[in-house]
Write a protein that binds this ligand. Structure first.
Ligand SMILES: *[C@@H]1O[C@H](CO)[C@@H](O)[C@H](O)[C@H]1NC(C)=O
Ligand SMILES: *[C@@H]1O[C@H](CO)[C@@H](O)[C@H](O)[C@H]1NC(C)=O
Ligand SMILES: *[C@@H]1O[C@H](CO)[C@@H](O)[C@H](O)[C@H]1NC(C)=O
Ligand SMILES: *[C@@H]1O[C@H](CO)[C@@H](O)[C@H](O)[C@H]1NC(C)=O
Length: 527
C-alpha cells in the first residue's frame, strides 16, 4: 500500500494529510482543464474542483463519520477552513484531486464513456483504526466527464444523498457514507421534472467517503476499449487493496474475485429488498465492485407493498422497479463478466458462466433468510417460502405498508395475534382486511408453535420503525431550501437509530400512516 499517515487528532485538519495512491499507481490523463473529452489509456484524470461561491454554510454533518472515520474533532467542522475544504475551495495537503473514467450500461444499453461528471476524488485517508477511506466531493464542478452537465448538485439531491446514505448505514446495509453537506448561495439552474420549467436552485456539495468508489463500469470501459493491460492492472489493484483473502499468485484469482462480487451483490440486493429500498438507477456504473450501495439519486423506500414500485418518476418502463432489482443485478453481473473475459482463459470463462448461474440461488437463499428473520423465525422450515409469499401477496392486495406491517407484526404480542386484536396497529389493520388474513395468521401461529425456541426478533437489525420515506425527506428539503436545516438534523438523528422507538419521531408521525399529500409526490430526477 502506498499510504502514509501520521496521527493528528484534535488539531487543524490542514495538518491532516491524505495521499493520492491512484496518481502513483495508475497512468493519469494529464490534459489540463475541465473540458469534456474522450479519455483513453488511463483510469483517472486530474481535475481541480471549482469552489462553490459563498457565503457557504455547513448544513449537515455526520459526527460519527467525521470523528470515527476521519479522526477529526467535529467542532472543527464549524470553521471557515472546513467549509472551504469540504466544498472544494481548498485542498488538504497531499491531495491530488482526480476524476474517474468509467463507462457503463444505462437502461440496458452500452453508453460508452461516462465518468465522474460532478465528483472529485480528493485522495485516500488511512485512519487511526487502520482503515483506508476514499474521500470524494460531489457537486464540486465540471470535470472532463461532465458531458452536458454543469458539475453542480442542488440542495434537494444533496440532502437526499446525505440522509439516505447515513440511514442505510444504520439500517445495516453496506453503503458509502456522508461526512458533511455544504450549501452556498450559488444559483444552479434545474428543470426538476424535465417539463421545461427551469428553476434556480442553490448549489451544494456533499463530502462522502467509501472504501472504494470503483464500479462495474470502471472495468467495462477498459475491456470495451481493448485496454487489457490496464484492465489487469486495475483488477490487481482492487483485489490487493480490497479482497485480502484472494492470493495474488492464484491463477484463478479473477475468477475468485468474480465469484465474490456475484455473492456479495446477491446479498446486497437481498438487503435492499428486506427494507423495501429501490435504488432507482441500477446502471452498471452505479454498481460497486465492493458491493456497497452507491450513487443515491431517485431512490425510494416503498410504502404500500408493490413489486412494481418505481421510485424514478421518469422511468416509465419500470426497468428499475423494486421487484426487478435482482434481475437487474444478474444483468449487471453478466456485463461484469464480459468485462473480465479479456483476462480469463476459455476454461475460466465457462467457470464464470457457472458462477453467474449461481446468483439466483444465492439471492433466493438470502431473501428467505432475511424474511424469516423479519418474521422472527430462527430456524428453517420447508413451508417458510409459502408463508412469506402469501404474506407478501396479501400485503400487495391490501396495499399494506411494507415497513410498518413487519414492524407491527413483530411488536404485536402472540396473545394479540391469537385474538386478532390489531385494530390499534394501522398497517396490520390494513393487512387484516384481506380475506385470507385469518388463515395466514393461523398458519403463522402454528409455525411459531413449532419453533424449538420462541419467536424472537433481532431488535438491533430487523424490522426498522423508521425509514427515509419520500415525504419525510421532502419536508426536510422544503425547510432546507429556506435555510432551515433543523429537520435535516432531526431526521439524521432519528434515522441513526431506526430500530428504536423515539418520541420525536412518533410526534412527527414518522411511524404513522403517511399523509395523504405524500401519495401525489413525485421523485425529481434532477440532481
Ligand atoms: C457471501 O457474502 C456474504 C455477505 O457478505 C457472506 O457472509 C458469505 O460468507 C459469502 N459467501 C461466500 C461463499 O463467500
Ligand atoms: C447512475 O448512472 C448514470 C449513468 O449511467 C449517471 O448519470 C447517474 O448519475 C448515476 N447515479 C445516479 C444516482 O443516478
Ligand atoms: C429516470 O428514468 C429516465 C427514463 O428511463 C432516465 O432517462 C433518467 O435518467 C432516470 N433518472 C436518473 C436520475 O437516472
Ligand atoms: C387489544 O390490544 C391493545 C393494544 O394494542 C390493548 O390495549 C387492548 O386491551 C387489547 N384488547 C383486547 C380486547 O384484547
Amino acid at each position: 500500500s502506498c499510504l502514509l499517515w501520521q496521527q493528528h487528532r484534535n488539531i487543524n485538519y490542514e495538518q491532516t494529510s491524505i495521499v493520492s495512491c491512484f496518481a502513483e499507481a495508475f497512468p493519469v490523463d494529464d490534459v489540463d482543464g475541465n473540458f469534456v473529452r474522450t479519455v483513453k489509456d488511463c483510469i483517472f484524470s486530474k481535475s481541480i474542483p471549482t469552489p462553490l461561491k459563498g457565503p457557504l454554510r455547513l448544513a449537515a454533518v455526520s459526527k460519527e463519520v467525521v470523528e470515527e472515520t476521519l479522526d477529526l474533532d467535529v467542532v472543527l467542522t464549524q470553521s471557515e477552513d472546513f467549509l472551504q475544504f469540504a466544498s472544494g475551495g481548498k485542498l488538504m495537503s497531499g491531495s491530488v484531486p482526480l476524476t474517474h473514467r468509467y463507462g457503463g450500461h444505462q437502461f440496458g444499453y452500452w453508453a460508452g464513456q461516462l465518468g465522474d461528471g460532478r465528483a472529485h476524488l480528493l485522495g485516500q485517508y488511512l485512519n487511526r483504526k487502520g482503515e483506508t477511506w476514499e474521500l470524494q466531493l460531489k457537486g464540486s464542478g465540471k470535470t472532463p466527464y461532465s458531458r452536458s452537465g454543469d458539475g453542480r448538485a442542488v440542495i434537494r439531491s444533496s440532502v437526499r444523498e446525505f440522509l439516505c446514505s447515513e440511514a442505510m448505514h444504520f439500517l445495516g446495509v453496506p453503503t458509502s457514507r456522508a461526512a458533511s453537506l455544504i450549501v452556498s448561495e450559488e444559483p444552479v439552474l434545474r428543470d426538476q421534472f424535465y417539463n421545461g420549467n427551469v428553476d434556480t436552485e442553490r448549489g451544494a456539495v456533499v463530502l462522502r467517503v467509501a472504501k472504494s468508489w470503483f464500479r462495474f463500469g470502471s472495468l467495462e470501459i477498459l475491456a470495451k476499449s481493448g485496454e487489457t493491460d490496464l484492465l489487469r492492472k486495475l483488477l490487481d489493484f482492487v483485489i490487493e487493496e480490497h479482497f485480502p483473502s484472494i492470493v495474488s499468485d492464484d491463477p484463478d484469482k479473477y475468477l475468485v474475485f468474480y465469484s465474490t462480487v456475484v455473492n456479495e451483490t446477491a446479498h446486497l440486493i437481498g438487503q435492499w429488498m428486506s427494507i423495501g429500498f429501490a435504488h432507482g438507477v441500477c446502471n452498471t456504473d452505479n454498481f460497486s465492485l465492493l458491493s456497497i450501495t452507491i450513487d443515491y439519486g431517485p431512490f425510494g423506500f416503498m410504502e404500500a407493498y408493490d413489486p412494481n414500485f418505481v421510485p424514478n418518476s421518469s422511468d416509465d418502463e419500470g426497468r428499475y422497479r423494486i421487484g426487478a432489482q435482482a434481475d437487474v443485478g444478474l444483468f449487471n453481473l453478466q456485463k461484469l463478466q464480459e468485462a473480465l473475459n479479456p483476462v480469463l482463459t476459455q476454461k475460466q470463462q465457462r467457470a464464470a458462466n457457472m458462477i453467474l448461474k449461481g446468483f439466483t440461488g444465492i439471492y433466493q437463499m438470502r431473501i428467505q433468510q432475511l424474511f424469516r428473520g423479519k418474521l422472527g423465525l430462527r430456524d428453517e422450515d420447508e413451508e417458510d417460502g409459502l408463508l412469506i409469499a402469501l404474506l407478501l401477496k396479501m400485503m400487495e392486495e391490501t396495499k399494506s405498508d411494507f415497513t410498518m406491517t413487519f414492524r407491527q407484526l413483530s411488536e404485536a404480542s402472540q396473545l394479540q395475534l391469537h385474538s386478532r386484536n390489531v385494530s390499534q396497529m394501522w398497517a396490520l389493520y390494513d393487512l387484516s382486511q384481506h380475506v385470507h388474513f385469518s388463515d395466514w395468521l393461523r398458519m403463522y401461529l402454528l409455525r411459531i408453535s413449532r419453533l424449538k425456541k420462541s419467536r424472537s426478533f433481532n431488535k438491533k437489525c430487523v424490522n426498522p420503525r423508521y425509514v427515509l420515506r419520500n415525504w419525510m425527506a421532502e419536508l426536510a428539503i422544503r425547510k432546507a431550501e429556506k435555510n432551515d436545516f433543523s429537520q435535516v438534523a432531526m431526521l439524521h438523528r432519528i434515522l441513526a437509530s431506526p430500530f428504536v422507538t423515539q418520541t420525536t419521531a412518533e410526534d412527527a408521525g414518522y411511524a404513522s400512516r403517511p399523509p395523504r399529500w405524500s401519495q401525489r409526490l413525485k421523485v425529481s430526477c434532477s440532481s
